[in-house]
Design a binder for this molecule. Structure first.
Ligand code: ADP
Ligand code: MG
Ligand code: MG
Length: 249
């Protein structure tokens, strides 16, 4: 589904990703762990096509097409969802309005018909219930006045509604208490753990990986993947820290 080969990316004048390669098949959940400043968010942004994150070498194919050739909105319409470490607030736009427009614009881009108001509300209710999110929250302005946990939960409702094939989730666990972590974890499983979908989970901590069990765990250090293993690697990182493992690799 996603094949990243020898990716180099710069932010400003600094090269952050220095030859990163990674392959994700449908049905798989991959976790990327790594120290602060390793380039995890840079990878997410580069894959999303965010301005300011310039790919200088390498290739990325997404379901057989050249991802780097696509605009950010084309990437989203093609089924890529990016969850951010710091979800944005959009004053004056209700969540429901925002979600309906996002969904229908993606459907339009794929040549599919827009959902009617009734169909959309039914879908929103179903996904909100999955994430234990009150419908009243969906009527409020996007993320305005939401707690950190509510923003992350809201982001998972967005993911449920947009129904991507590949979700790239950047520190979705940051700022969550134990209960919210479980809810978000089970939401990710319910929405994304399917044979035709895949997840790239970027996280600092092992905790989320108890809820969403990865098939592969990668360590990102110095702008590349320096080690790959199974779920036991996350436990080893938790116990021994990144430095020892990155140096040994
Ligand atoms: P991580 O998510 O692994 O903590 P980041 O990808 O956020 O790491 O950052 C990698 C490096 O790139 C860091 O040294 C950071 O300071 C730098 N960096 C990231 N974004 C910017 C930016 N917008 N401007 C300047 N430097 C940046
Ligand atoms: Mg960081
Ligand atoms: Mg980051």
């Amino acid at each position: 589904m996603l094949k990243i080969e020898n990716l180099h990316a710069t932010v400003g004048d600094t090269e952050i990703l220095k030859g990163l390669s990674l392959e994700i098949q449908a049905g798989e959940i991959h976790a990327i762990m790594g120290p602060n400043g390793a380039g995890k968010s840079t990878l997410a942004y580069a894959l999303g096509g965010r301005p300011g994150y310039e790919v200088t070498a390498g290739s990325v194919s997404f379901n057989g097409t050249d991802l780097l050739d696509m605009d950010p909105h084309e990437r989203a319409a093609a089924g890529m969802f990016l969850g951010f470490q710091y979800p944005v607030e959009i004053p004056g736009v209700s969540n429901l309005q925002f979600l309906r427009e996002s969904l229908n614009s993606q459907r339009g881009e794929r040549g599919e018909e827009a959902l009617s108001g009734g169909e959309f509300i039914k879908l929103a209710k179903e996904k909100a219930a999955l994430l234990k999110m009150d419908m009243d929250m969906l009527k409020r302005a996007v993320n305005v006045g939401f707690s950190g946990g509510e923003k992350k939960r809201n982001e998972m409702v967005q993911m449920g509604i947009l129904d991507p094939t590949l979700a790239i989730l950047d520190e979705t666990d940051s700022g969550l208490d134990i209960d919210a972590l479980r809810t978000v974890g089970s939401g990710i499983n319910a929405i994304m753990r399917q044979p035709d979908k895949a997840v790239l989970l970027i996280t600092h901590y092992q905790r989320l990986l108890d809820e969403v069990q990865p098939d592969y765990v990668h360590v990102l250090a110095g702008g590349r993947i320096v080690k790959t293993g199974g779920p036991e690697l996350a436990q080893q990182l938790e116990n021994e820290g990144y430095e020892a493992i990155a140096e040994a690799a």
